[in-house]
Design a binder for this molecule. Structure first.
Ligand code: WT7
Length: 651
């Protein structure tokens, strides 16, 4: 694994924390942080017991950590807790009238809910779910635009112990079918549609299509968002507003076991089938709460905005659970960053006086491309802290974010984590960590991260290898829904004897021990900060009648980080013409979603394969990236295939 190591190790610019920030740090000095981190990995039970004491419990735990049967961890066994209670009820005495959610729709409609109002809505909707037969342990699919009701639905599930499975509103009907069936969800919550770039995304229509293939679903709850009429199926479909009107307002939070499943969230793996990442209540909540507090340095008067959709884990942890568990004011914006214009985000920052802003490198690169003018029109002086997540942030984008958005005064927290880790695992702490553009710096408390070789031996600084976490942490995934074997196989098998968690990313530490993430080590792409399995896109392509064989690889994309390149062999009688390329792009968009639609389609009569028939993706990657292929090609069965692909590319 040697990708990019030299280039990242050349970055030596260091940005010390500003004295103002440091003076206010909740954690004292850099040395104190290091000492506390050391303690957190040497005495995890002591450390986490102290931290967990800051949550509200119905019953205290008997045992902090159970790692008796790795890789199946349990945390805070014997404890009784509720995530919705921690995000809502416990704030009512002191923060009842404080805004919890401040929302803006894409068309410009606005809504704010105080903690008291959000609590009331959540209780009512929890009763709606109960009324529809939802019980603790049932799984509920949520497929909605980014509206307050999405957060309400999530917290209502948590309140009664139903397991939510949020499915990003950009996914298509077949993707929805897979996820609903895998989780055997009984209820689907959706909306007539949502707004995206001035257009209505017809969510209910997609759900109707999906529900033809989901035998477990008996109820579909439909929020009116756009007002566009949608067909309602008698017996199955009910309107959100009608149900809410009839529902009782009180709903005590269920006293759930610490390990009670809180949610499932599907993410791509290197095989076609998405993985249902399962998180447990207490540990997840603690991770989300503590990281929000320290990484985002949340203060009582902050106006905090994480631009992620709740359909991704970032929205779960840093729009809903983390900030609300800390009693913060959370900004939510439904739509696209360039609607009606490319300054929409900055307009929002200015109008709501946003202080802490968390977004993805793919967005930052888009803003860079759209130009500084759109930013300069607005007063961004309220900002005091910036965050980045989803993929490695290139130093140019980091510097632009720092200077143009942050006015040179805001620390940047480049946060590395995964759907599986549940909460931020490697990140600077503002005011404490001297940052380096492009490095996620150092592990968070309780995270025993290391860079190791194939044998699991820690590598010296400067040598790239596998990123692992050497001991369990509270917000780690518990398993893959319904598939313990795959859970073991994907994350634990490689370093089974040591009990290390394999993150699936390559990493290297520089001379001073800073962590630099080098990207995924398997056949998984990172498109706009979201994992996409090459297999899943390939299966979609070969399902098209014109396609015989397909191979998908990533290529460097200016905005998306990685773009999707598809190499396709068409069947006899299908002309390899641009119209077919367009049809295939549309086909992938329809079967998986827009995020997976190929940016490039290369037609080829054959794919480069080894003698044993394995597709040589490395070579395809070179073609897609327009670079010369180096390295061993002796295993290539037919050298002509590659030559032809390259020639065609130059046409
Ligand atoms: C993968 C996880 C976690 C929220 C969003 C994505 C990449 C994430 C960073 C970062 C370098 C990053 C990794 C990771 N990644 N954050 N700050 N620097 N790479 O969640 O879909 O579970 O993807 O995203 O490759 O493994 P996800």
């Amino acid at each position: 694994m040697s990708l990019n190591i030299d280039s990242v190790l050349n970055e030596t610019r260091t940005f010390p924390p500003s004295p103002e920030f440091s003076a206010k740090s909740a954690l004292g000095s850099w040395e104190e942080y290091r000492a506390l981190h050391e303690r957190s990995v040497e005495d995890p039970e002591g450390f986490w017991a102290e931290q967990a004491a800051h949550l509200a419990w119905f019953r205290t735990w008997d045992r902090v950590r159970n790692w008796d049967a790795p890789p199946f961890a349990k945390w805070f066994e014997g404890g009784k807790i509720n995530a919705s209670f921690n995000c809502l009820d416990r704030h009512l005495p002191a923060r009842g009238n404080k805004p919890a959610l401040v929302w803006e729709g894409e068309p410009g409609d606005k809504r704010a809910l105080t903690y008291r109002e959000l609590h009331a809505e959540v209780c009512r909707f929890a009763n709606v779910l109960k009324g529809r037969g939802v019980r603790a342990g049932d799984t509920v699919a949520i497929y909605m635009p980014l509206v307050p009701e999405l957060a309400i639905a999530v917290l209502a599930c948590a309140r009664i112990g139903a397991i939510h499975s949020v499915i990003f509103g950009g996914f298509s009907a077949p993707a929805l079918v897979d996820r609903i069936n895998d989780a055997a969800s009984t209820v689907v919550i959706t909306a007539d549609g949502g707004w995206r770039r001035g257009q209505v995304v017809e969510l209910k229509k997609i759900v109707d299509e999906a529900l033809k293939g989901t035998p477990t679903v008996h109820t579909c709850i439909v929020l009116e968002r756009t007002g566009k009429p949608v067909p309602m199926e008698a017996g199955r479909d009910a309107r959100w507003d009608d149900l809410m009107r009839e529902a009782k307002p009180d709903c005590p939070a269920a006293e759930l076991d610490s390990e009670h499943p809180l949610f499932i969230l599907y993410t791509s793996g290197s095989t076609g089938k998405p993985k249902g990442i399962l998180h447990a209540t207490a540990g997840y909540l603690l991770g989300a709460q503590l990281t929000s507090k320290y990484v985002f340095d949340l203060r009582e008067d902050d106006v905090y905005w994480c631009t992620a959709d709740i359909g991704w884990v970032t929205g779960h942890s840093y729009v809903v659970y983390g900030p609300l568990a800390n009693g913060a004011t959370v900004v939510m914006y439904e739509g696209a960053p360039n609607h009606p214009d490319t300054d929409r985000f900055w307009d929002i920052v200015e109008r709501y006086r946003v202080t802490v802003f968390y977004t993805a490198p793919t967005a930052i690169r888009a803003f860079m491309k759209w130009g500084d003018e759109a930013v300069k029109k607005h007063d961004l002086s309220s900002l005091r802290l910036l965050g980045s997540v989803g993929e490695p942030i290139n130093p140019e984008a980091w510097m632009w974010y720092h200077q143009v958005i942050g006015g040179g005064r805001c620390p940047i927290v480049d946060t590395w984590w995964q759907t599986e880790t549940g909460s931020i695992a490697i990140s600077p702490l503002p005011g404490l960590t001297p940052t380096r553009p492009g490095s996620a710096t150092f592990p968070f408390f309780g995270i025993d991260a290391a860079v190791v070789n194939e044998k699991g031996e820690e590598l010296p600084n400067g040598q790239g290898g596998f990123l692992v976490i050497r001991q369990p942490w509270p917000s780690m995934l518990r398993t893959l829904w319904g598939d313990d074997e795959r859970f073991k196989e994907v994350y634990w098998k490689r370093f089974e004897d040591k009990g290390y968690y394999l993150a699936g990313d390559g990493a290297v530490r520089d001379k001073e021990g800073y962590f630099w993430i080098l990207g995924r080590i398997d056949d998984v792409l990172n498109v706009s900060g979201h994992r996409l399995s090459t297999m899943e896109v390939e299966s979609a392509l070969v399902a098209h009648p014109a396609v015989v064989e397909a191979a998908v690889v990533g290529f460097a994309h200016e905005i998306k980080g990685e773009g999707v390149a598809a190499f396709v062999t068409a069947g006899a009688g299908h002309a390899q013409v641009p119209a077919l390329a367009e049809a295939l792009k549309k086909h992938v968009r329809d079967t998986i979603g827009a995020i997976a639609a190929p940016d490039q389609i290369h037609f080829t009569d054959a794919l480069p394969k080894t003698r044993s028939g394995k597709i040589m993706r490395r070579l395809l990657r070179d073609v897609a990236n327009g670079v010369e292929s180096k390295g061993d090609m002796t295993t290539l069965e037919d050298l002509n295939v590659l030559a032809k692909l390259r020639a065609q590319d130059e046409e």
